[in-house]
Ligand binder design. Structure first.
Ligand code: PHE
Length: 460
């Protein structure tokens, strides 16, 4: 996303300037979606829940909740031409007080969620920087090659603080300068490179004969490993990975051309995002199993397995630099889009300058992130609160707003790309958005809190 008027491409989008090409939009939005959620969090949770069954539930969550909400956020932005609070206000103004209540509550929730999200994400982003500099051979920066050494690294407060501060500074500088469009151009180049790199690694592990076990782990469901929390985790992971439930995709939508459907782009972004998670998972688990290790290694999967592989390969140190540069970039482009939500809120609602808004939020989030840098428990807690509760709540509010409050005309136009009228597909989407996605979210939350049984029993 970019600041109005400083955007790449140059197609006019009702006062805002939009993306010049479709592929530019897809790669930029994929730059937000593809990040540490795909490469660290997805293999980590999938490993904890024993593979296949979790992957199936995850894909169901993407299709039944993630995708309909991705379309909704893009349409809110495309038709409302603003950040999340303004877009809701613009598109539901006929609803009177309900419009005010929903726009303020959903907008504030998105801002708070993004701040909490970026606070712990930046610490993880800092780890990737450490690995990049370690791969380059920067004096004094060493890469942990064993699980134990990685755990030691995670508990090294000084390193965590330094890298978190550097990562947060890099993010804030880009947002303050309003130069996201430069990053988006880079996304055009680097996203395909990341995909190609992962495909190359996949080819290598297949050639070595390591792939089979990983594929059967990821794609043979064993439902006995699923607990109620697995459903909530799958849902949370879908929100986390697709960058939905906190207004990011609304901002991307606001830079799309006002005419034209959001469906193809939404599908493409979700497809790239899920594809990269699966690709990364196949590579990481292949290497892990080939070394006879267990899949539940926690957050260190990416940081321990891949450097070990690179250490064995010819030209491994170059590959390692290249790979961690791509991962740093993926994390950075995601964190920029996270900071953009609170910053554009201050710009749009309070007329603050971009620089001041970025400095204020950058500093506040850096402060909160310090808590995560010094305590892994706090980091995990923040991650759980955000992914398991705040993102689904934000998503549910968006489903209610787009499903029930936004008028049919803008909603259908955004979906079909035509001037008027719904299509069979858009009716299907609307039905899912109105009845299936919010109900699933509520059921999963009730199930997790063991309230479902209680409700069913007391209704007898
Ligand atoms: N989707 C990103 C990831 O998978 C995280 C993110 C969430 C980025 C929300 C922006 C907004 O890492």
């Amino acid at each position: 996303m970019s600041d109005a008027g400083t955007n790449a491409g140059g197609a006019k989008t009702g006062g805002r300037r939009g993306f010049g090409t479709k592929i530019g939009f897809i790669m930029a939005a994929a730059g937000s979606a593809v990040g540490l959620g795909n490469l660290i969090r997805f293999p980590y949770i999938t490993g904890e829940y024993g593979g296949g069954a979790f992957v199936l539930v995850y894909i169901a969550a993407v299709l039944l909740v993630g995708l309909p909400l991705m379309f909704s956020e893009l349409i809110l932005g495309q038709q409302g031409k603003s950040g999340i609070m303004g877009a809701i206000r613009n598109l539901t103004s006929h609803c009177g007080i309900a419009s005010t209540i929903m726009s303020i509550s959903t907008g504030l929730l998105a801002v708070i969620t993004c701040c909490m999200f970026l606070a712990f994400y930046s610490v993880l982003g800092g780890w990737t920087l450490h690995y990049l500099f370690g791969s380059i051979g920067f004096p004094g920066v060493e890469i942990a090659l064993s699980k134990e050494a990685f755990e030691g690294f995670q508990k090294n407060l000084q390193l965590n603080i330094v890298w978190h501060s550097v990562f947060m500074l890099l993010t804030t500088l880009v947002v303050a300068g309003g130069v996201q469009n430069g990053i988006e151009r880079l996304c055009n180049l680097l996203m395909p490179m990341l995909i190609l790199f992962l495909i190359g690694l996949l080819g290598y592990v297949a050639y070595e004969g390591w792939l089979n076990q990983a594929v059967s782990f990821l794609f043979t469901p064993d439902f006995s490993r699923l607990s109620p929390k697995a459903f909530l985790d799958a849902l949370g992971q879908a929100f986390f990975s697709l960058s939905i439930g906190m207004g990011t995709m609304v901002i991307y939508g606001s830079y799309m051309k006002q005419r034209g459907t959001v469906v193809r782009d939404g599908v493409a972004v979700s497809f790239v995002d899920t594809g990269i998670a699966l690709l990364g998972g196949m590579v990481i688990f292949s290497i892990l199993f080939s070394a006879g290790q267990k899949p539940d290694q926690g957050l260190g999967l990416l940081f321990v397995t891949l450097p070990n592989l690179f250490a064995e390969l010819p030209a491994g140190s170059v590959l390692s630099i290249f790979f961690f540069a791509l991962v740093v970039f993926a994390a950075w482009s995601s964190s920029i889009s996270l900071l953009e939500v609170p910053v554009s809120f201050l710009i749009e609602e309070f007329n603050l300058s971009r620089r001041l808004a970025a400095a204020l939020f950058g500093l506040a989030i850096w402060g909160l992130g310090m808590g995560c840098a010094v305590s892994l428990d706090f980091l995990n807690q923040l991650d759980s609160i955000v992914s398991l509760y705040l993102l689904p709540l934000g998503g549910m509010l968006v489903a209610i707003i787009v499903g029930w409050m936004v008028k049919a005309d803008p909603r259908d136009q955004g979906f079909t790309g035509r001037d008027s009228g719904a299509s069979p597909l858009s009716r299907c989407w609307l039905f899912t958005l109105r009845f299936i996605s919010p109900v699933l979210i509520v059921l999963i939350l009730l199930y997790k809190f063991e309230l479902l049984d209680w409700l069913l029993a007391s209704s007898k």
